[in-house]
Design a binder for this molecule. Structure first.
Ligand code: ADP
Ligand code: MG
Length: 738
């Protein structure tokens, strides 16, 4: 199975996307295909043994679109640009003449300045023919597709309307006697053809520009990548292309330089600006053994690093991939618009035919055949033009692109559009204690001996040795403390982690257990420490309790403020932890959280979330993503706080690339604003149609004497797409305040 992203050209609206998508899915050998109108990309999964790239490309060409492999995508050609500009200039000129014509007809005093339309007709005929030849192809293909495959889309609507106007007007111009004999109106509509095509082309141009703007985030991320690296090979410093760096290379990073790949500092000391990835402006001090990631900038000291991850495995590459995937994904809310788009065009075609028939029959009867029939033609064209569903197609994807890109700027990684929508709907947040609310860097504060056989030093020696292999922050803290006290640790001969409880190890034939104190243990010294918010672990040597070690992990400075802000947003805040109740309550109290689930084993965290969901709550779980994975996956919106340089948290829909809890608020604001933007966009897309279609059909004529001139239908249609685009662009430029 092969998965590739192709660029698509010539798409004009959302229904183009669904036409291409369906055609792709019908190709033998194509397993999955998804087409995004806003990014102009198709993600295709196919079996190379059954079908070749080129076959896919040609079968899409047959229906009038161009599919290109990502890399060879080029800018639209110069000639195309000239054609478009020419069309647009003519359209503006004709538009001005039309307006002048309308004004001079309405105002008696200006009658003498009226445009000699009949004389102009021949020029307009030439111009509209030119426009159709130069840029009309996609619209004509739209009509052909409709006739051949019953596939109708925006091109079909524009095609039918502009071609009708053109053909009818040509008949009036060249065969006036036939029109006369049939008692048909002698008006021409060349201007309609020119102006509408011109505006559609202009609208498309603007749209592409705006789309590129909303999608700038990816370009920025790609721009972070260094191009060269200085490596040490055979004791010589040489500058090589990034692609030539291999794992294990020793790389020299100079002050002010971009870090080329992910790796570990092996010599030197510096301060690194990671803001482009984490969104946090404070530089981070790093020294030997610290990890650094590509795309971040070395500020002061020069250092040497060992390359650990290169190419598409680097954190930056993964972030880029994730943002791109997310921008191409579809929000559940879009399922609705897709459904509407699918039936919309056929319905509009039916309405347009109904209007022409009704106006011809009843309009002619009431207003006389000349006016009645000319209104019939106007209504037919107007309905087709105003109903173009391109704003509808842009509504959701452009907002998602803007929102996902915005998130990346702030160090908020979104897995897909669905995650963003779910996050916008939550009403409850469950926060993990260790590492989420607290700094996750516990320190040993007290050691209490219980057995007479072992002193403080023995306790540290056995505890430290047993925890040597542990990656739990508590274990690491104990090891660090023992080393600080100059205690030599012994390699355990056996070792086992008991998830959420503690560790067991065999040290010099002693059975060592370090774990949560038993529930029954209500030793005064133990509870006193716990009431101070300390986590206490119990050391057993050969099954006898030997002592207690207390560790304190302090609350993140912003925790209290963040909890308060969450509450202000109407969100219920709950803390969850594997730690005991007394310690948990102390920390929760400090943070201003009143609801606490304590003593919860890792696999039970997911159950607690499920229970909350069963009471009707929409729950977001925030955790470190490692032992909280099942809970993150169970929740409606899983939010992983990245620790160190781990990025792709599979189980989380949202990953915060920095431990600062303010990012959590920003993520919620982002989700809510993005979804609100989608809803506003949908409003803009629909309102023009809801008002415009009946207006264009002439439904208001009997009451107010107005019918929409098809030219203004064109203006309104472009207006609706542009309002949607500008609304999404506004989201892109919005500041997320925590
Ligand atoms: P949290 O929910 O705060 O992330 P865990 O589920 O990781 O906590 O651990 C719960 C409890 O289990 C800790 O408070 C501690 O008492 C005990 N524990 C877990 N791992 C260890 C370890 N490596 N050494 C000692 N105690 C541990
Ligand atoms: Mg934890």
């Amino acid at each position: 199975m092969n998965k590739k992203i192709f660029a698509i050209k010539n798409m004009r609206c959302a229904s183009c996307a669904s036409i291409i998508q369906n055609s792709l899915r019908n190709i033998n050998g194509v397993k999955q295909a998804s087409v995004n109108f806003a990014t102009e990309k198709a993600v295709i999964e196919y079996d190379e043994n059954l079908i070749k790239d080129i076959d896919i490309i040609t079968s899409i060409e047959k229906i009038g679109y161009i599919l290109k492999e990502e890399a060879e995508q080029e800018q639209s050609s110069k000639f195309e640009n000239i054609k478009n500009q020419f069309t647009f200039i003519i359209a503006v000129l004709v538009f001005v003449i039309m307006i002048w014509d309308i004004i001079t007809r309405l105002i008696k005093e200006l009658h003498m300045f009226m445009v000699p339309m009949d004389a102009l007709n021949i020029i307009l005929f030439i111009l509209s023919s030119l426009v159709l030849i130069l840029v009309g192809k996609p619209f004509m293909l739209g009509i052909l597709r409709f006739i051949k495959n019953k596939n109708a889309n925006m091109d079909t609507l524009i095609g039918i309307s502009t071609l009708t106007a053109y053909l009818y007007s040509s008949a009036v111009l060249f065969f006036p006697h036939i029109i006369n004999n049939l008692n048909l109106p002698k008006d021409t509509y060349f201007d309609v053809t020119i102006v509408i095509i011109g505006f559609v082309i202009l609208g498309k141009d603007l749209e592409t520009k705006l789309k590129n703007k909303t999608g700038e985030a990816i370009k920025k991320l790609i721009g972070l990548q260094a191009k060269k690296a200085i490596v040490l090979r055979n004791n010589e410093e040489i500058e090589i292309d990034l692609s030539e760096v291999i794992i294990g290379d020793i790389i020299i990073v100079k002050p002010g330089a971009k870090i080329p790949v992910d790796g570990k500092i092996i010599e030197g000391k510096t301060s690194i600006d990671e803001s482009m990835i984490t969104g946090e402006s404070m530089p981070v001090d790093k020294t030997v053994n610290d990890l650094v990631s590509s795309g971040t900038i070395n500020k002061y000291g020069g250092f040497k690093m060992e390359a650990i991850k290169i190419g598409k495995d680097t954190m930056l590459a993964q972030i880029i991939q994730m943002v791109e995937d997310a921008q191409n994904s579809k929000a559940p809310i879009q399922a609705l618009t897709d459904k509407i788009s699918a039936v919309f065009v056929p319905v509009v075609i039916v309405i347009s035919f109904l209007s022409i028939i009704l106006w011809s029959v009843f309009g002619s009867a009431v207003l006389g055949p000349s006016i009645g029939l000319s209104y019939a033609i106007m209504a037919f064209i107007g309905v087709l033009v105003i109903a173009c569903p391109c704003a509808l197609g842009l509504a959701t994807p452009t907002a998602i692109i803007a929102g996902v890109g915005k998130g990346a700027e702030y160090g908020i990684l979104v897995k897909d559009a669905e995650a963003l929508q779910k996050l916008s709907e939550i009403d409850t947040i469950v926060l993990d204690k260790t590492g989420t609310l607290t700094k996750g860097k516990p320190e040993v504060t007290d050691i209490i001996t219980i057995s007479n056989f072992f002193n403080e030093e023995d306790i540290l020696k056995f505890a430290g040795s047993a925890e040597k292999m542990s990656e739990h922050p508590l274990g690491e803290a104990i090891v660090k403390y023992a080393l600080q006290k100059n205690i030599t640790l012994i390699e355990p001969s056996d070792f086992k982690i008991i998830e959420g409880v503690g560790v067991w190890a065999l040290v010099k034939n002693y059975n060592i257990d370090i774990h949560k104190p038993n529930k029954e243990n209500n030793d005064d010294r133990l509870t006193a420490l716990q009431r101070q918010g300390k986590t206490v672990v119990q050391l057993k040597i050969n099954n006898e309790i030997a002592g207690l070690i207390a560790l304190s992990d302090i609350l993140k400075t912003e925790a209290k403020e963040v909890v308060q802000k969450l509450k202000q947003k109407g969100i219920k805040v709950i803390m969850i932890t594997g730690d005991n109740e007394l310690t948990a309550n102390f920390i929760a109290n400090q943070a201003g959280i009143s609801e606490v689930y304590a003593d919860v084993l890792p696999h039970e965290k997911a159950k607690k979330i499920k229970y909350l969901q069963e009471t009707g709550r929409k729950v977001a779980m925030v955790g470190d993503g490692i032992n909280d994975a099942p809970a993150l996956a169970q929740s409606d919106a899983g939010i992983a706080m990245a620790t160190g340089t781990d990025v792709a948290m599979e189980s989380a829909g949202i990953t915060l690339l920095h431990g600062n809890l303010i990012k959590l608020i920003q993520a919620i604001v982002l989700a809510r604003v993005t979804i609100r933007t989608i809803k506003q966009n949908l409003f803009w897309a629909f309102i023009y149609n809801i008002v415009g279609i009946p207006l264009a059909a002439g439904l208001f004529y009997p009451f107010f004497g107005v019918i929409l001139n098809p030219i203004f239908a064109g203006v309104a249609m472009i207006g609706s797409s542009l309002s949607v685009m500008f609304n999404s662009l506004w989201l892109k430029n919005k500041k997320l305040i925590g």
